[in-house]
Design a protein around this ligand. Structure first.
Ligand code: NDP
Length: 252
């Protein structure tokens, strides 16, 4: 039996937890081989063991996406160990909201360097493989994980939202640029998903807001987003789901 993603190699950043880890499992279940990129190697190794035990193929690569050298080395490792990437899921990200008046420059820089510049580093390193793969097989996918924060306004989220708005608009431009070369570009914009993302928040009001939402409604699960991503990349090659907003039913 041929699965929808048989023969395809997927690279997932931020694969050690949350949406990235669930997406790895989902893409493997659809037939892809996966390269898992993140800093916490032990988490990646555990996920590789799980996938391998279930008969799938996965490779763990310890990468800090803020390092151009490490990202370039990871691209070479993927090609050498698995083959040419035909799916890239740009998912690594951090969310550190706080009132702008607190001038948390270090947090601003962290978010910009990972969510925006980091994504660009990864796009730069893997786009040659995606375009070559598209030329050979007629399709490749670049999926950027943006956020509902790219569209809506949340108190204290200005800088995080700016990085996500940048990723969404970047995706629109890249779709126009790469689509004619058979590289589909998609942006996924989730609402609140239950993951480790909120564990890094230090602003008490933001933590209260997130906890309140978690009590008031059923948040999305990482698997919900993984399913959307799997659907997107398994579509017929002439269909490009450009922008997908996925919200908890009760989140306004
Ligand atoms: P997690 O915190 O669970 O996942 C973040 C991932 O990014 C981890 O695997 C982490 O791994 C990785 N990461 C962090 N820093 C780096 C780095 N410097 N280099 C490489 N990898 C790094 O949260 P989510 O799964 O929720 O987040 C995934 C994406 O989804 C993010 O882009 C986030 O903005 C977006 N999103 C999340 C929403 C939510 O409500 N949870 C809503 C909308 C969008 P490690 O620490 O091992 O490096």
């Amino acid at each position: 039996t041929t699965l929808p993603l048989s023969g395809r190699i997927a690279v997932i950043t931020g694969a050690s937890s949350g949406i990235g880890a669930a997406t790895a499992q989902r893409l493997v279940s659809l037939g892809a081989k996966v390269a898992l990129l993140a800093r916490r190697k032990s988490k990646l190794d555990a996920l590789v063991a799980e996938i391998t035990a279930a008969g799938g193929t996965a490779l763990a690569i310890e990468v800090d996406v803020t390092s151009p050298e490490q990202v370039a080395a990871a691209a070479a490792t993927v090609t050498a160990e698995l083959g040419r990437a035909s799916i890239l899921i740009n998912n690594a990200g951090v969310m550190l909201p706080a009132p702008i008046t607190e001038t948390r420059v270090n947090d601003w820089e962290s978010m910009i360097d990972l969510n925006l510049t980091g994504a660009l580093r990864v796009i730069g390193a893997f786009t040659p493989a995606l375009t070559a793969s598209a030329q050979e097989n007629g399709v490749a996918d670049l999926v950027n994980i943006s956020s509902i924060a790219a569209q809506n306004v949340f108190p204290s989220f200005a800088v995080y939202s700016a990085t996500k708005a940048a990723i969404s608009h970047l995706s629109r431009h890249l779709r126009a640029e790469l689509g004619p070369a058979d590289v589909r570009v998609s942006m996924i914009e989730p609402g609140l998903v239950e993951t480790e993302l909120a564990s890094h928040v230090t602003d008490p009001a933001v933590t209260d807001w997130i906890n309140g939402a978690a009590q008031a409604m059923t948040l999305l699960k990482s698997e919900d987003i993984a399913e959307t991503i799997g659907f997107t990349v398994a579509l017929p090659r002439h269909v490009n789901l450009q922008q997908v907003t996925v919200m908890p039913t009760h989140q306004v």
